[in-house]
Ligand binder design. Structure first.
Ligand code: ADP
Ligand code: MG
Length: 312
């Protein structure tokens, strides 16, 4: 028996109406399908404008899909919207609060909205978890940007959903707060919450997520375990500085590319399955050059991303 996915997205299409006369409608999602497995941290990665927020906002019930379907925890978002919504907590990309409520009130109001009985409210526990207990009675408008983001995470969790979705949680956030948010997300995941986060930071997705889907221009272009995705970048780059000016590029069958980037510096791209760095250097020496300096670069998610999207 296989565990059903936390989220199932099938052929999801979103066309935004034309913003004005003479302007074409915008096809933000062009038939996207993927599953989010239960229990992991899933990264939805893509450049700005790719369609990430559109997809999240459809799940949140904030944007109407044009066609296709989505299930959250087995509940169809159209046919069983109420149960679908109860199964997910969403932290939107934009921070919006009523400035005159305190963090404690924000959580209590949200609990009321979801019909969580007073005896089952978790406001204190959640405020402590996001390190805002000492701010429980402060007006939301007096909180820093980082505190507001943490409060939004607590707010998304008041009804104890099995899935937490964060749309660009760390965009424009400083290093320290980013670390705190990562910790919080990891902790919630350890407690059993399936986490989905969107990001345009490759490094963030690589470090945090066990599975990554990439969308670009409204189309899904990859959906794989992180390790496999990173492994797709077969190419390695070695930059070699030699003892005299290079007459021209040195090409060998083992190289996929060799480029003279400075008079004495050559950048060689090779397939790490077909050659080793040692062999590459030996080939350079065989052309009569002595090697003075070498740097190599491992492929990372950035390389995969560039390969897949043709960006860069
Ligand atoms: P991302 O979150 O990946 O940056 P979005 O989902 O916000 O991408 O946007 C995807 C595309 O849809 C973009 O081209 C954006 O300009 C467009 N778009 C988003 N929201 C609207 C809207 N309300 N009306 C019209 N176009 C929109
Ligand atoms: Mg967005």
């Amino acid at each position: 028996m296989t565990t059903p996915p936390a989220i199932r997205i099938e052929n999801l299409v979103k066309e935004y109406a034309s913003p004005g006369p003479g302007e074409p409608p915008k096809l933000a999602l062009k038939g996207v399908s993927f599953d989010v497995p239960q229990g992991g941290i899933f990264g939805l990665l893509g450049p700005n404008g790719a369609g990430k927020s559109t997809l999240i906002n459809i799940l949140a019930g904030l944007v109407r899909k044009t066609s296709g379907s989505a299930e959250i925890w087995g509940f169809d978002i159209s046919e069983n919207a109420r149960n679908a919504k109860r199964s997910i907590g969403i932290v939107p990309q934009e921070i919006v609060f009523d400035p005159f409520f305190t963090p404690f009130e924000v959580l209590e109001n949200q609990g009321g909205f979801y019909g969580v009985p007073k005896s089952e409210r978790r406001s204190e526990e959640l405020l402590k978890a996001v390190h805002l207990w000492d701010k429980r009675d402060a007006y939301a408008r007096t909180l820093s940007g980082g505190m507001k983001r943490r409060l939004l995470i607590a707010k998304a969790m008041v009804h104890s959903p099995p899935i937490l979705v964060l749309d660009e949680p760390t965009a424009g956030v400083d290093v320290e707060l980013r670390r705190q948010l990562w910790e919080l997300v990891t902790e919630l995941n350890r407690e059993g919450v399936t986490v989905v986060l969107t990001t345009h930071y490759l490094e963030e997705a690589e470090q945090l997520c066990d599975r990554i889907a990439i969308i670009n221009h409204g189309e899904l272009i990859a959906d794989k375990p992180t390790r496999e995705l990173v492994g797709m970048a077969r190419e390695k780059i070695v930059a070699v500085t030699v003892d005299k000016d290079l007459g021209g590029p040195i090409m060998e069958e083992a190289f996929t590319k060799a480029e003279v980037v400075e008079p004495r510096r050559l950048e060689i791209t090779y397939d790490r399955d077909k050659a080793s760095a040692g062999q590459v250097l030996a080939l350079v020496q065989s052309h009569g050059y002595a090697i003075e300096d070498v740097t190599t670069r491992e492929a990372d998610l950035e390389d995969v991303f560039v390969q897949l999207t043709g960006a860069g």
